[in-house]
Ligand binder design. Structure first.
Ligand code: ZN
Length: 300
């Protein structure tokens, strides 16, 4: 499933290419991907004729700002792709569920075989209603994250985004010290830390030298500082390499290009291969139906 670095890669390609473009028509062929709207017509009416002014990201969500001040949110779910086509006659991939035709020619297509992803236009709060922003996100001391949450109430619950928010290690320590749950579950809980999934949680824990099943509150100050640094480092590096494209998944950017961070994975999907630091075999364990990869020597 696309995680923060993959979604950021999509954002960066689309923002070079889509900002300033006007959406002429919208065709929805699978209503499930606009399920928050009462029907596909409602989604169409809120997107047709709009000009894209900005494209932001928070956690695993993309936020398109329109010229009338409304925001369209996209979440790629397990297998969603946003793909650019130069012309309507370019062959349409199977499972294309939404086609945005642009005034300038060309299309933006939403393709999603498993249909867990979704798009919706955010509903602004009525006067007097206040957005309740995540208490973890409110620990942020800078960045664009808080403004994005205030503008899109549906995303206000998202926890700290290590790229869009700024949080020092002391405040991060306070979050960890309040949780008795296993560390990996904390890292993947979108309401605590937004954007990490299975790949980047494993890579981060390896980078920090900490085992996935440690209770979050048991970490020492030194371990918390290492983890804090590891999250930023791994995400920044993965963004630089345009995300991870695995054999069994289909992440590509809007121009159809795969990422290459999978070649730099230290543990994820490397069961039985030697650890880059100690040469011991990387292990895999199944926790609640999902794989966790780690080095038993380098992580404690
Ligand atoms: Zn090792």
């Amino acid at each position: 499933m696309p995680e923060l670095p993959e979604v950021e890669t999509v954002r960066s390609v689309l923002s070079r290419d889509m900002v300033g473009k006007k959406i002429k028509t919208v065709a929805v062929t699978n209503g499930r991907v606009v399920r928050r709207h009462k029907n596909a017509k409602d989604f169409r009416e809120r997107t047709e004729g709009r000009t894209v002014k900005s494209i932001n990201r928070l956690g695993k969500y993309l936020i398109f700002g329109f010229d009338d001040g409304t925001k369209m949110v996209a979440h790629l779910g397990m297998s969603g792709q946003l793909l650019r086509a130069k012309a309507a006659k370019d062959p349409k991939p199977k499972h294309t569920h939404i086609v945005f035709t642009l005034n300038s020619g060309g299309e933006l297509r939403y393709v999603d075989p498993r249909t867990f992803g979704e798009l919706f236009v955010s509903t602004p709060l009525v006067d007097g209603q206040a957005v309740e922003i995540s208490k973890f996100a409110r620990l942020s001391i800078g960045g664009d994250g808080l403004a994005l949450r205030a503008a899109v109430p549906e995303l206000a619950h998202l926890g700290i985004d290590f790229i869009e928010d700024q949080i020092g290690w002391e405040r991060f320590a306070a979050i960890l010290r309040s949780r008795e749950t296993p560390l990996k579950a904390v890292l993947m809980d979108q309401d605590i830390i937004a954007g990490l999934g299975n790949i980047y949680a494993d890579e981060t824990l390896y980078n920090a030298g900490i085992l996935y099943d440690r209770s979050a509150e048991s970490l020492s100050t030194i371990e918390i500082r290492r983890l804090h640094r590891a999250i930023t480092e791994v995400l920044t590096d993965a963004i630089k390499h345009r995300g991870s494209t695995l054999d069994d998944e289909q992440f590509v950017d809007p121009e159809g290009r795969a990422g290459d961070y999978q070649n730099l994975h230290q543990v994820y999907n490397r069961e039985g291969q030697p650890c880059g630091q100690c040469r011991a075999a990387i292990l895999r364990v199944i926790v609640r139906g999902r794989s966790t990869f780690y080095c038993a020597k380098c992580q404690n």
